[in-house]
Design a protein around this ligand. Structure first.
Ligand code: ATP
Length: 373
């Protein structure tokens, strides 16, 4: 059985409010696709249309090529894990895991083996006889995962599965999910998150959503290194977004001429320079920028500097400095021509990157540090 999910122009509305607008996306068999976007962008709604809990006003949903738009959830071949573990408190772990199999009328003699297999996959075999209240939050989430896997789903739907866990458990579970993906290479996963680190770590591709629409889809590397919109640039990884002017003679940041590829931006047009904080170096270089130090944050392995470039803030993450600059000091930083991306003004402008998480009031995004904690 080949998995894979296909959204074909799926729209969902509650009353007059469209919460999913002509959503068109394919998840390949065996692929992990993250749905990444701010709160309320429609991620959960998209996932629930695959599960069969939300019915589209228009469009079709396919799983493994099969049109499942009209099918009830239990006939779709899906496993689902949500933020709240939703285990039955009065049932032991093994009974919780067997529940989905019984509900689907799996042959009785097969159930113990399938339960054991699912508990083994999730590292919970030793806890089979316990009740949920005797488990930690992370363990309960593993049981929820085991329950979803026991039915051997074609597709696994995960809705913020790690958000109830503390940071250390979260990174452990993330590694577990990556291992699971390697061990079950045919199973597709659709993973809803608003955490870019989870998406970058786990996903083969990321679908960036905002305001009920799909904004951009690509591999984590594509979206990180070559974002096509300001929204993606700021939401995936954190970026400095600086308005520049495109002229025949080159790109101008204020009066400073920069050596960066012009891309699709036509002379005369406005554009935005996207520059990742960690790709900025100290001192003179190919693209030198002078600024006044407004803030210095020591972050262990790095120093984060906020520089005032004449009214614009530039955030730079530098490897830990022996002698960090003083506040008010004037310093020069630089970046390599290939390390900045020029985004044509206007694309994704209505996506309002200024409200993306981690954006400082000056419009320089400081969220890149989330990747390093
Ligand atoms: N049953 C419902 N009735 C009315 N509006 C709803 C319903 N479910 C969701 N919505 C609205 O649809 C929009 C999208 O919700 P959805 O849960 O898909 O967003 P999300 O991207 O998953 O957000 P979050 O990250 O906060 O979970 C929101 O504005 C939400 O208020």
């Amino acid at each position: 059985m080949s998995g894979g999910i296909r959204f074909e122009n799926v729209s969902v509305a509650y009353g007059a409010t469209t919460v999913l607008d002509r959503f068109d996306l394919g998840v390949e068999p065996g692929e992990v696709m993250a749905l990444l976007g701010p709160s309320g962008s429609g991620k959960t709604t998209a996932l629930r249309t695959v599960a069969g809990f939300v019915h589209p006003a228009a469009g079709r949903v396919r799983i493994g090529g099969r049109d499942v738009t009209g099918l009830p959830p239990y006939r779709r071949g899906i496993g689902m894990v949500v933020q709240q573990y939703a285990l039955f408190p009065h049932l032991r772990v093994e009974e919780n895991v067997a529940f989905g199999l019984r509900a689907r009328r799996a042959p009785r003699r097969e159930i113990p083996g399938r339960v054991a297999e699912a508990l083994e996959l999730t590292g919970m075999a030793a806890y089979a006889r316990r009740h949920p209240r005797e488990l930690s939050g992370g363990q309960q989430q593993r049981v929820a995962l085991a329950r979803a896997l026991a039915i051997r789903p074609e597709v696994l739907l995960l809705d913020e599965p790690l958000s109830a866990l503390d940071a250390r458990l979260r990174s452990g579970m993330l590694a577990e999910l990556a291992r699971l993906h390697r061990e079950l290479p045919k199973m597709s996963m659709l993973y809803v998150t608003h955490d870019q680190v989870e998406a970058l770590t786990l996903a083969d591709r990321i679908a960036v959503m905002d305001k009920a629409r799909l904004r951009e889809v690509g591999t984590p590397q594509e979206l990180y290194r070559r974002p096509r919109t300001e929204f993606t640039a700021s939401f995936v990884g954190g970026a400095n977004l600086l308005p520049v002017t495109v002229t025949e003679g080159g790109i101008l940041l204020g009066t400073t001429r920069l050596d960066v590829e012009r891309g699709e931006s036509a002379p005369g047009a406005g554009a935005t320079l996207c520059l990742r904080p960690h790709l900025i170096g100290l001192g003179e270089g190919p693209n030198s920028l002078a600024g006044t130090v407004r803030e210095v944050q020591w972050r262990g392995a790095t120093h984060r500097l906020h520089l005032d470039l004449g009214g614009r803030t530039l955030t730079a993450d530098l490897p830990e400095l022996r002698t960090p600059p003083a506040l008010g000091e004037r310093i020069t930083v630089h970046f390599a021509p290939g390390d900045a991306v020029l985004l044509p003004a206007g694309i994704g402008a209505d996506a309002n990157p200024r409200t993306a998480p981690g954006t400082s009031p000056q419009g320089a995004l400081t969220g890149a540090g989330r990747a390093d904690g």
